[in-house]
Design a protein around this ligand. Structure first.
Ligand code: GDP
Length: 360
C-alpha cells in the first residue's frame, strides 16, 4: 500500500448497519419503516438507490429525528442498512475476517421477550465484537397504548397513562434483565453514558414509527463517537468489498451484488472475486444501480454508473462469475500486482473456511 499522499483522499465512509433478531420480532418491518420515512423526508432524488442496501444520508436522519439531531454534531455521512436482515446473512457477510456490519440493531418484541434466535444473535454479536443497540419493538401493542405516529419516545411516553407506561417499563426491564443474564450491562438508552460499556435499549414501533427518531439518533451518535477512526478510508484507493449475492440478470448473465466497504470500484477495473474453487480474475463490464422507481421503463431496471465509492451496494456485471460465492471477498486490482491481490483474496477465503468449520 502506498502511504505517500493518502491524506488528500481520506474521507469518512458510511457505517454499515445490520438488523438481527428472532423471527417475527419485526426486523423487516423496521427496515421498511426506516426506508419509508427516509423516502418521505427525502422527496425526489435525495435517497440514493443501492443494491442490497439502503443508504440514509445524515440530512434525512436529521429531518426524521427533528430536535434530537443537530447535523453539525456529525461528520459521518449517514448510515447504510443491509436490506437482508437476520443472522444468517450477518454471519456469511464478512470483511477481513470480521463482520461486514460495523454496527447492529437487535430487534426484540417487547411482549415476546428473549427467544432462541435472540440468544443466537447475541452470541454472534459477542463473538464478532460488533457494537449494537436493542430495539424493543412493538410498543404500540401494549394494552391501552395511544399512538403518536413517528414521534420521539419521550413525547409518546408523556402521552400515555401511568398504567400504560408502567406496563411498558415492566417489559423493558425484563429485556434489560435478560441482557444482563447474558453478560451485557444494559439500560434504557437515555440513561447510558458510555455505549461502549453499556447496551442502549430503544423502545420503538416499526408499525407506528414511534421511537424511530431515537433509534436513528442513537445509531448515528454511537457511530460518530466510537467508530469514526474505523470509518476513515482512502476513497480513491482500490475498492474492497463482500459479495452479498450471485444473480443471473437478463442481458448481463451472472452478476454479483456486492457491498463495498473501502475505496472505489470503476468501470474499467480488474477484479479478484472469491470463488468456490479458486479466486476469479475478471474485468468489470458494467456497474449497475437500480433505477429510481419513477423512471423504471421496460428495457432495464438498472442504470450504469462509472464509479462508486464506499460504503455502497452495487451490482457488478463481469464475465466468469459462475463460481462466485455469497460472502466471498471482492478486491479491485488497479495499480497493484495481480499476484498480490489474488494472494489477499486466497487468504481471506481460507479464513472464511476455518470460521465456517468452527461454526459447523
Ligand atoms: P421479521 O421476521 O423479524 O422480519 O418480522 P416482520 O417484520 O415480518 O414482522 C412480523 C409481524 O409483526 C408482521 O405481521 C408485522 O406487521 C408485525 N409487526 C412488526 N413490527 C410491529 C410493530 O411495531 N407493531 C405491531 N403492532 N406489529 C408489528
Amino acid at each position: 500500500m502506498s502511504n505517500t499522499d493518502t491524506r488528500d483522499h481520506t474521507s469518512l465512509r458510511t457505517p454499515i448497519v445490520a438488523v438481527l433478531g428472532h423471527v417475527d420480532h419485526g426486523k423487516t418491518s423496521l427496515l421498511d419503516k426506516i426506508r419509508g420515512s427516509a423516502v418521505i423526508e427525502g422527496e425526489a432524488g435525495a435517497i440514493t438507490q443501492h443494491i442490497g442496501a439502503t443508504a440514509v444520508p445524515l440530512d434525512i436522519i436529521s429531518s426524521i429525528a427533528g430536535e434530537l439531531v443537530d447535523p453539525d454534531d456529525f461528520d459521518l455521512p449517514g448510515l447504510l442498512f443491509i436490506d437482508t436482515p437476520g443472522h444468517h446473512s450477518f454471519t456469511t457477510l464478512r470483511s477481513r475476517g470480521g463482520a461486514l456490519a460495523d454496527i447492529a440493531i437487535l430487534v426484540v418484541d417487547v411482549n415476546d421477550g428473549f427467544q432462541p434466535q435472540t440468544l443466537e444473535a447475541l452470541d454472534i454479536l459477542k463473538r464478532s465484537q460488533t457494537p449494537f443497540i436493542v430495539a424493543a419493538n412493538k410498543i404500540d401493542t401494549v394494552p391501552g397504548w395511544s399512538v403518536n405516529e413517528d414521534s420521539p419516545i419521550n413525547d409518546t411516553y408523556e402521552a400515555q397513562t401511568d398504567r400504560v407506561s408502567s406496563r411498558l417499563d415492566e417489559s423493558l426491564y425484563e429485556i434489560i434483565g435478560n441482557l444482563s443474564d447474558e453478560g451485557f450491562s444494559a439500560d434504557l438508552y437515555w440513561r447510558v453514558q458510555n455505549f461502549q460499556r453499556n447496551v442502549g435499549v430503544v423502545p420503538v414501533s416499526a408499525m407506528t414509527g414511534e421511537g424511530v427518531p431515537d433509534l436513528l439518533t442513537v445509531m448515528m451518535g454511537l457511530s460518530q463517537r466510537y467508530m469514526k477512526e474505523e470509518m476513515e478510508i482512502d476513497v480513491a484507493g482500490p475498492g474492497v468489498g463482500t459479495v452479498l449475492e450471485v444473480k443471473e440478470e437478463k442481458g448481463f448473465g451472472k452478476t454479483v451484488d456486492i457491498v463495498l466497504y473501502d475505496g472505489t470500484i470503476r468501470e474499467d477495473d480488474t477484479l479478484v472475486v472469491g470463488g468456490q474453487n479458486d479466486p476469479i480474475v475478471t474485468e468489470v463490464r458494467a456497474l449497475l444501480q437500480p433505477r429510481p422507481l419513477a423512471e423504471i421503463r421496460t428495457e432495464s431496471r438498472f442504470e450504469n454508473v462509472d464509479e462508486v465509492g464506499a460504503a455502497a451496494g452495487i451490482k457488478v456485471a463481469a464475465p466468469e462469475l459462475e463460481d462466485a460465492m455469497a460472502g466471498a471477498p471482492v478486491r479491485v486490482v488497479r495499480d497493484r500486482s495481480l499476484d498480490e491481490v489474488v494472494g489477499e483474496v486466497e487468504a481471506e477465503l481460507a479464513d472464511i473456511a476455518v470460521d465456517t468449520a468452527e461454526e459447523g
